[in-house]
Design a protein. Structure first.
Length: 272
């Protein structure tokens, strides 16, 4: 069985676990914040989160998170349009086992015997509990599997949450090199997952909706050859918040390989 991972990054090594929700798991990530979900975790053995389906090349959260891979059904349908970049808090208590589908002989606790913050960077095919529930994989070498409690949480993007880089803003990466006719853009370090993105001309007049790809990029064909800047608007389905930012283009309207941003989503307080 091939499993790709939801990776948690702990200091210098990565551990891969599969977390499966008991019964059916909502594909609306707002419910993930409000519900104490049950999941099954296991080991994957990989260590290179950059090769995950989300193709994140940098980890803006450092050793505060442990990258993981999530079941493909949730990866594609969750977060109202993709689970890449979602952070989850995996609890260390022994939740009840699902009523069916389990083949485990033991219940063990997550790494460190304490709640662990994980970051979705990949998807895994067939990493569910014999079809009973979706699951997660942890990138690391190990043996055994366990059931855990988990909820969705904000990613640690500010000094208050312990980020060593202080308050982190959303940055941008373009794949495929400089281009004035095709844009493939990835957002790096959002507090909440992004579910929609639109490209705009320099005057915010003409809108070109982008399509989210399976590798967590946003793609569109826009002729920027006469532009000096490319405007973008993006939103999160978690709160509905929309943000706007401006990316400076290279000569001839070419997209840069990367660009610094000025925006970040507000913290989500689901029970406030």
């Amino acid at each position: 069985k091939v499993m790709r991972s939801v990776v948690l990054i702990l200091t210098t090594f990565a551990l891969v676990a599969v977390v499966c929700g008991q019964g059916s798991t909502s594909t609306n990530n707002v419910d993930w914040y409000r519900t104490n979900n049950v999941g099954r975790s296991t080991w994957y053995g990989g260590t290179n989160f950059q090769s995950g389906a989300c193709t994140f090349q940098t980890n803006p959260f450092g050793n505060l998170v442990f990258p993981v891979a999530i079941d493909g059904n949730i990866y594609n349908a969750g977060i109202l349009g993709g689970a890449c970049g979602q952070c989850l808090l995996v609890g260390s208590s022994n939740p009840p086992r699902p009523t069916s589908g389990t083949t485990l002989s033991d219940d063990i606790l997550p790494p460190g015997n304490k709640p662990t913050l994980v970051w979705v960077v990949d998807k895994c095919g067939g990493c569910n509990d014999n079809g009973a529930s979706p699951g997660f994989d942890f990138y690391a070498n190990g043996a055994g599997a366990w059931y855990v409690n988990w909820t969705a949480v904000d990613c640690p993007v500010d000094a208050a949450s312990g980020n060593p880089n202080g308050n982190v803003l959303i940055n941008y990466v373009f794949q495929g090199g400089a281009n004035a006719y095709y844009q493939k853009l990835q957002l790096v370090g959002p507090r909440l997952p992004v579910n929609n993105l639109t490209f705009y001309d320099p005057t915010w007049t003409t809108a070109t909706p982008a399509k989210r790809t399976d590798d967590a990029f946003w793609v569109a064909s826009v002729n920027t050859s006469q532009w000096s800047v490319l405007n973008i608007e993006f939103s999160t389905a978690t709160t509905g918040e929309k943000l706007r930012d401006t990316i400076t283009l290279l000569a001839g309207g070419m997209t840069p390989s990367s660009a610094s941003g000025t925006q970040q989503f507000k913290a989500f307080r689901p029970n406030a």
